[in-house]
Design a protein around this ligand. Structure first.
Ligand code: PLP
Length: 372
């Protein structure tokens, strides 16, 4: 058997090199360089938003969004149990309380039917997270938010190029965010983007990103900010990647369709849903869940695949089972059976942009080999 099939590998064969060379030749490498504004403007346009604020990763984009909305002590934010820790961390660090809802067993997104019952007088926002390639059903959430005067924070970190009912993901939140980590649909190495239509929120995010400097009075501060700035080098990569987003989405959809064709008749596997009434999957990752007939869990399956040189990653580990939150007396005794099952039985296959057709066939073959 030849080399390891990596779980992710980005494609950097557009204008990336040319734009990076331009940074070096002009000496513009900091956040003051011209690519940052260009990347922000083009990105915001692509998701139908007025303002884009580039930051150094998706995690701090979430943190900035929560702070800009003024969420803090005694406030509650409803969010999915099945997601990355960045979501809950942003709420906890702001001094607010994350309130969890379970996942839908078929889409793996938050179960929107569980949101209303969790609203209290303290609820300030719903943090919506689109998981793995399919958007959350936004219409009922937007209705609930409007009815109760709640803000929407939309985590579209896995959703560049995806739409919900023909509208871009990232266009639904009071503030929406993206990540450009190398396994995302477009990458800047490390990076993130905040988008909004509200000029005051945009100004607040810009200020928080840049230490809350005051333009008229440098080094004089009325608020405490952060250095969350994106460099010109990162934005150069981002711009070149963004030029090819449509092509990247085609690659991902073709990958998903190939995996489906090869795996849909294999017993013991729950595959991602190819379509919902409001979107076609863009397969940020090709996740699978082992059904009850498989006598071992995801961890064992991943070890077996690793021995056959197929890299995989586990699904998210639910927020209510995180020791760090138990130490803070959060989520004790809470149970979200779908999120727990997804963590126990779910993992994802190699899903990167550079994955070849041959590698997809090899992954499918080796996966079937470990299941018998
Ligand atoms: C990747 C990701 C993030 C975090 O982004 P980073 O750039 O890695 O900090 C946040 N939310 C979701 C849903 C993600 O997939």
């Amino acid at each position: 058997m030849d080399s390891v099939i990596p779980v992710n590998e980005p494609l950097l064969d557009g204008n990336e090199k040319q734009y990076l060379i331009n940074c070096i030749e002009t000496g513009w490498i900091s956040s003051e360089g011209p690519y940052v504004n260009q990347f922000e403007a083009l990105f915001a346009t692509k998701v139908n938003r007025k303002f884009g604020i580039a930051v150094c990763n998706g995690t701090v984009a979430l943190e900035t969004a929560v702070l800009a909305l003024g969420i803090g002590k005694d406030d509650e934010v409803i969010m999915p149990a099945f997601t990355i820790i960045s979501c809950a961390a942003a709420i906890v660090r702001a001094g607010a309380k994350p309130v969890l809802v379970d996942a839908d067993p078929v889409t793996w997104n938050m179960d929107v039917n569980q949101v209303a019952a969790n609203i209290t007088p303290r609820t300030k926002a719903i943090m919506v997270v689109h998981i793995y390639g399919l958007p959350v059903d936004m219409a009922p959430l937007l209705a609930i938010a409007a009815q109760h005067g709640l803000k929407i924070i939309e985590d579209a970190a896995e959703m560049h190029g995806q739409t919900y009912n023909q509208k871009p993901c990232g266009s639904f939140g009071d503030i929406s965010i993206f990540s450009f980590y190398p396994n995302k649909h477009i990458t800047t190495g490390e990076g993130g983007m905040i988008v909004t239509d509200n000029p005051e929120l945009a100004a607040k995010c810009r200020s928080l990103r840049n230490l809350c400097f005051i333009p008229e009075k440098r080094f004089y501060h009325e608020e405490l900010g952060y250095n969350f700035r994106m460099t010109n080098l990162q934005a150069a990569l981002g711009l070149a990647q963004l030029e090819r987003l449509d092509h990247f989405i085609q690659i991902k959809r073709a990958m998903g369709q190939k995996y489906h064709r090869l795996l849909h008749q294999v017993p013991g596997l729950q595959l991602p849903l190819p379509t919902t009434p409001f979107a076609n999957n863009i397969y940020w990752v090709f996740g699978i869940v082992l059904t009850e007939e498989i006598p071992f869990n995801a961890l064992v399956a991943m070890q077996k695949l690793g021995a056959l040189k197929v890299q995989t990653r586990p699904f998210f580990y639910p927020m209510h089972l995180q020791p760090v939150f138990h130490k803070m007396s959060l989520f004790q005794g809470e149970h979200y059976p779908v999120a727990e099952k997804l963590a126990e039985r779910g993992f994802y296959l190699p899903s990167g942009m550079a994955l070849t057709e041959e590698q997809i066939h090899q992954v499918a073959e080796r996966l079937q080999a470990i299941l018998v």
